[in-house]
Design a protein around this ligand. Structure first.
Ligand code: URP
Ligand code: ZN
Ligand code: ZN
Length: 463
């Protein structure tokens, strides 16, 4: 038998269900052995993980790298965004191939792969965003799922971007994906009421500044859209995934629908758990504009509760990085702010400090939210999302004692600001390993560009 390439010694191995001290042996990019007292041979690299956790790599299922949006392009491209992921303990991410109207979904997938494949530093997958529903699109759904993209996205807003899906499209896509084991993720906001409110507050945009963004997107605009999408999932039998859920009312709606037997899952993001709309009142309030926007403290509390009681099963980031120069395009008009923020690099440590450190989440629950559940629901388990023999050696050696103060200047992201600037964290990734290769140490990227690969994912993902 050939020797192990790497041994991670004496760490506390954490899966969604268990915690135990063991050595993890890696060979050819896979977890080969889990045992006590593994002995290295001449060329075996050893990482001493005593006192540290050994987590499965984080999986961020909602990332927009180099996304053309709001007249600019999000600032973390596939190379830097995947480097940032590695630095923050994320070893897999899922980006989006957005269909252009009049074109096939596969055109978008091929174009996105050409941008990503040579440049990614960790593994990635794609969701297919459906913007144009017709007989050809319908016929393509099975082909796209068979290709390895079983998860689709539909935007209930963004008329101007040409991305919006109306209710008929959503209904039809839920019906069709259900036949082949796919699911539909929705960006749920009520477009008509939203547009009306935006124009109402824009009349006094100088008075409201960035706060106009939050005034024009009250929580009921998300709740109503979620309720509508839930109804279409109920009657079609399709599987629905609510992306970036930001409201307590949304969590209540998902809870009620699940009780009623609707096939629905939900995601939230650190910004909705940790920030509230007071941020828009600050001097740089416009930087925080994202879509949906961060809401009220009671919304955050309900979302935290949802993470504990199972209403919300996944934490992802909706990374869509715009730096201060790009954000400056707003020039006092809240309608012109490029919506989005960095996030993939800080998800795991923020959720550790705030979830495990401050709210008493178990490390196993943390792992389920940021790794195992995403792997299962998105068709990557057990290749990804666990520490088990035969799984990819995507591993984070996590130091629970490490104290850091978050500063944009110390992060890998191309962003020159952080929504969490100055936040004090206890616990940070010490080493990130992707398919057996060390890709980041102490928050610095040490891997290789092009090391990542496109992941073909399986249909019928469930939790
Ligand atoms: O503000 C955001 N989230 N920008 C990216 C597009 C989206 O809605 O996910
Ligand atoms: Zn969205
Ligand atoms: Zn998004």
């Amino acid at each position: 038998m050939t020797e192990l390439d790497l041994i991670i010694k004496n760490g506390k191995v954490v899966t969604a269900s268990d915690t135990y001290v063991a050595d993890v042996g890696v060979r050819d990019g896979k977890i080969d052995t889990i045992a006590t007292n593994l002995s290295p041979e001449a060329d075996t690299k050893v990482i001493d993980a005593k006192g540290k956790y050994v987590f499965p790599g984080g999986i961020d299922v909602h990332v927009h790298l180099q996304l053309p949006f709001s007249g600019t392009i999000s600032a973390d491209d596939f190379e830097n965004g995947t480097k940032a992921a590695a630095c923050g303990g994320v070893t897999t991410l899922i980006d989006f191939a957005i269909q252009a109207k009049g074109h096939s979904i596969m055109d978008a997938v091929e174009a996105r792969r050409a941008e990503a494949d040579p440049n990614v530093c960790v593994d990635y997958g794609l969701h297919a965003a459906i913007t144009d529903w017709n007989e050809k699109t319908q016929a393509e759904i099975k082909q796209v799922i068979d290709y390895g993209i079983p998860t689709f996205k539909m935007f209930m807003i963004y008329k101007n971007e040409g991305w919006m899906a109306d209710d008929g499209m959503l209904f039809s896509a839920l019906e069709e994906t259900a036949k082949h084991g796919g699911h539909i993720g929705v960006h749920a906001e009520s477009v008509d009421v939203l547009d009306m409110l935006i124009e109402r507050y824009a009349k006094e945009k100088e008075k409201w500044g960035a706060y106009g963004h939050t005034l024009s997107r009250p929580d009921y605009t998300e709740e109503e859209a979620i309720l509508r999408a839930l109804k279409w999932a109920e009657v079609t039998g399709g599987q629905l995934y609510i992306v970036h859920m930001s409201t307590g009312a949304g969590a209540d709606a998902v809870h009620a629908a699940k009780e009623h037997g609707v096939n629905v899952y939900a995601e939230t993001c650190p910004q909705y758990l940790l920030l509230d709309d007071e941020v828009f009142k600050g001097e740089n309030g416009h930087l925080y504009a994202t879509c949906p926007q961060v809401k009220k403290p009671h919304d955050s509390e309900r979302l935290w509760k949802g993470l504990l009681n199972g209403d919300v099963q996944i934490v992802a980031t909706d990374t869509c990085t715009f730096d201060t120069k790009q954000k400056a395009a707003w020039n006092g008009d809240f309608r012109k702010i490029p919506f989005g923020m960095p996030g993939v690099e800080t998800m795991v440590p923020l959720m550790y400090t705030e979830g495990v450190g401050k709210r008493g989440f178990t490390v196993n629950h943390l792992v389920s939210l940021v790794s195992t559940n995403p792997a299962k629901l998105f068709g990557m388990y057990p290749k990804k999302g666990t520490i088990a023999i035969g799984s990819d050696a995507d591993i984070v050696v996590f130091d629970p004692e490490k104290k850091i103060t978050l500063k944009a200047e110390n992060l890998q992201t191309n962003c020159d600001w952080s929504p969490f600037e100055g936040w004090k964290l206890v616990g940070y990734p010490a080493v990130t390993i992707s398919k057996g290769e060390i890709v980041a140490e102490d928050g610095k990227f040490v891997g290789k560009v092009g090391h990542g690969e496109f992941l073909k994912r399986a249909p019928y993902g469930k939790l």
